[in-house]
Design a binder for this molecule. Structure first.
Ligand code: ARG
Length: 461
């Protein structure tokens, strides 16, 4: 096998079935640019330790640069007989600079420390892209909240009318988990910024190459503390897959709201034509496919995480070939998020809310009953009793088919002498919302304050 990385101790070449199973170039070619960056750094370390002359090092960098151009323009691709990206690029380097020089680069490194380093570099770069895309979704939510500072909607628990809340408060409740996802990406990045390069297959280096030099060249903070751990641990990959899955789950919850709000029965939002789809048979249809795909792809992101964890479970130290299975799930999670997030941001930015309809439904379902109870508490009545009185008022109104705000003075007095006519001051959704001034509450001033903090946290992450 021309250019294979191993073969010296083998009497025969690999069987075609093995080659077919073993090959990973169809997905790890995505790491080609990172592999070349690793090789540049490694060449520097070899030269610094005296294993390459200045001239050899210069020729090595020139050869690697030529490969970089060829990878970029697509003229260099893996051959069918290449096992993985590392072998393919070594073979290409030898073709470029000759076997004598090209054969020197492999000293003091293994594909095990290479791949463990490259996957971190790749994930770190995409963590930045995902964070940027996530920020656009957060920006779109903040802009919608800003555009609707006063709008009131029915707040729900158990999907039942519960208490009125500001639309901005509800929207911002979807932004906070995404802020935490941004912060997760940032925390993860600090943890991921480690270079296993130089750990070799597992046991560490003998050649005196400087691992900090390599880490610096690759933009990673420091070398791995333990060469066995560095080459064989993939918790850093699994954690990335978790964050991706969490983002998917967080988006799916917002997506579900949008899907429900967009039904004829709710009619709380209308989707922009550019961010909705039609039906091939029903001419009138306008469907929320972006929200549905976001919701559906959360399942796929969770699957990528669980699949990876299942691969890692009980793997003995150190490197095992099972670890090659780490890449496809996270690569898929990356493509998924980098496609979903921009569409989601556009959908949110262009939502049109029917705030009149939301406000008119907000008092329904006796959603001000808690306000009545708390009004009584402020007048010295124990909450237990206040709850009973307010509940009795709900029952009386329900029997008469009226809302709490429609109860006349006589009915109020009949339910309880404590229900003086001035209770009506809390029987408007505006009054109810305005009174929830506790920290994190839905009073307009609190929601505005909260939004400022949201924006600050988004910018800091
Ligand atoms: N392609 C492997 C991976 O993705 C790296 C190569 C290690 N192969 C080996 N036989 N040790 O994990």
């Amino acid at each position: 096998n021309q250019g294979a990385l191993w073969g010296g101790r083998f009497a025969s070449g690999p069987s075609p079935e093995l080659v077919a199973l073993s090959r990973s170039t169809h997905f790890d070619w995505a790491l080609a640019a990172y592999d070349l960056a690793g090789s540049h750094a490694h060449a520097r370390a070899l030269a610094a330790a005296g294993y390459l002359t200045a001239d050899e090092e210069a020729r090595m960098h020139a050869g690697l640069d030529a490969l970089g151009v060829a990878v970029q323009d697509g003229s260099l691709v893996a051959r069918p007989e290449d096992e993985d990206v590392h072998g393919a690029l070594e073979a290409a380097l030898i073709a470029e600079v000759g076997a004598e020089l090209g054969g020197k680069l492999r000293a003091g490194r293994s594909r095990n420390d290479q791949i463990a380093t490259l996957v971190r570099m790749y994930l770190l770069d995409h963590a930045r892209v995902i964070a940027r895309d996530l920020l656009r979704v957060i920006d779109a939510i903040v802009a919608q909240a800003e555009a609707h500072p006063e709008a009131i909607m029915p707040g729900r628990t158990h999907l039942q009318h519960a208490q009125p809340v500001l639309l901005a408060h509800h929207l911002q409740a979807h932004a906070w988990p995404l802020i935490r996802d941004l912060e997760r990406l940032r925390d993860w990045s600090a943890r991921a910024s480690v270079s296993p390069y130089g750990g070799g297959a597992l046991a560490g280096a003998t050649l005196g190459l400087d691992p900090q030099l390599v880490a610096d060249e690759l933009g990673l903070a420091r070398p791995a503390e333990n060469s066995i751990d560095g080459t064989s641990a993939r918790d850093v990959v699994a954690e990335f897959a978790f964050i991706a899955a969490m983002i998917g789950v967080d988006l799916s919850r917002f997506a579900e709201d949008i899907i429900i709000w967009n039904t004829r029965e709710f009619s709380f939002v209308r989707l922009d034509d550019g961010y909705s789809t039609g039906s091939s048979i029903m001419p009138q249809k306008k469907n929320p496919d972006i929200a549905e795909l976001a919701r559906g792809k959360a399942g796929r992101l969770i699957g990528n995480l669980s699949g990876l964890l299942a691969t890692l479970k009980a793997l003995p130290l150190a490197y095992n070939r099972d670890l090659q299975e780490d890449k496809e799930p996270v690569f898929d999670s990356i493509v998924t998020l980098e496609t979903v997030l921009p569409a989601f941001a556009g959908m949110v930015a262009t939502l049109r809310f029917d705030t009149d309809r939301m406000a008119s439904l907000a008092p329904e379902g006796f959603s001000l009953a808690t306000d009545v109870a708390e009004w009584l508490v402020k007048r010295g009545i124990p909450f237990r009793e206040a709850h009973e009185i307010s509940g009795a008022l709900v029952q009386a109104c329900e029997q008469r088919g009226i809302g709490l705000e429609d109860a006349d003075d006589a009915l109020l007095a009949e339910v309880s002498p404590r229900l003086e006519p001035s209770v009506r001051e809390v029987l408007t959704v505006e009054g109810s919302v305005a009174s929830r001034t506790g920290v994190g509450g839905t009073a307009p001033a609190r929601v505005t304050e909260q939004r400022a903090e949201l924006v600050r946290r988004a910018q800091a992450a």
